[in-house]
Design a protein around this ligand. Structure first.
Ligand code: ATP
Length: 231
């Protein structure tokens, strides 16, 4: 039996002032699948990711998360309705976008868990240690703040945070573009492991070759249009 769709974009469009950033995009992402999106700067990749993560709603069309609309209308307003908190977790090119620079890393890593359930500080520190070990950062000082870490370590911490509450899907916007090749190789291996565990992954990159190696499917974007995949 085919894996369940985790995210579906059904004819979604998004416009900013006079710019049509995304035009009637259709995409289905299933459990354990890695889908790559590549295209030139300004082609609409980040816009598509923000819609898939329900960070912002489409102007037209619909995003379905776990088969249900990600947004519902009530009293003329749109409200975000993921199946559960942390269902889709984003990872950004700049890890500082996901980490609070004032917080020790144990707090950032376990925040998605603390939103779902009550956990003591000791429990959160223990969990942060486990999650950081899973992304190759065992032994890192849990009390460190992001400014005390390298950019590669920060991106791993951001990935640990994204995975902390077992999301159904992770959408990552150029997650490796700021990193050196050795760190990139480790992070790509980690993404493979995550997908093997059933999490769906959508990766945006300028690097078509990297996506073709890593992903089950790749889809090019041009001028706001998500084109059919080459494989
Ligand atoms: N918040 C916004 N306000 C105004 N215009 C926006 C906004 N976000 C995106 N755009 C415009 O929409 C278009 C698509 O932008 P988007 O960031 O999605 O492309 P991209 O393919 O991710 O580009 P890059 O690879 O440079 O990140 C661009 O013309 C951009 O200027």
């Amino acid at each position: 039996m085919a894996e369940q769709p985790v995210i579906e974009a059904v004819g979604v469009s998004r416009r900013y002032a006079t710019t049509a950033a995304l035009r009637e995009a259709h995409l289905i992402v299933r459990e354990g699948e890695i889908v790559g999106i590549y295209g030139a700067s300004g082609s609409g990749k980040s816009t598509l990711l923000r819609l898939l993560a329900a960070i912002e709603p489409p102007d037209t069309g619909e995003v379905l998360l776990g088969g249900a609309p990600a947004w519902v209308r009530r009293y003329g307003m749109r409200h975000r309705r993921p199946p559960r908190p942390g269902y889709v977790m984003p990872i950004f090119q700049n890890p500082f976008s996901s980490l609070d620079v004032r917080w020790p890393i144990w707090r950032s890593v376990t925040e998605p868990v603390a939103i779902i359930r009550r956990a003591s500080g000791a429990e959160r520190r223990a969990l942060a240690g486990e999650r950081l070990a899973a992304v190759g950062l065992s032994g890192l000082d849990l009390e460190a703040t992001p400014s005390e870490l390298s950019i590669g370590q920060c991106q791993r911490v951001a990935i640990a945070r994204a995975l902390a509450a077992a999301p159904a899907a992770v959408v990552a916007d150029e997650p490796t573009s700021a990193l050196d090749v050795t760190t990139v190789a480790g992070i790509l291996r980690l993404f493979k492991q995550v997908a093997a565990g059933g999490t769906a992954l959508v990766l945006v990159s300028h690097d078509e070759n990297m996506l073709r190696v890593l992903c089950d499917r790749v889809r090019p974007m041009k001028a706001g249009v998500l084109e059919p995949g080459g494989c």
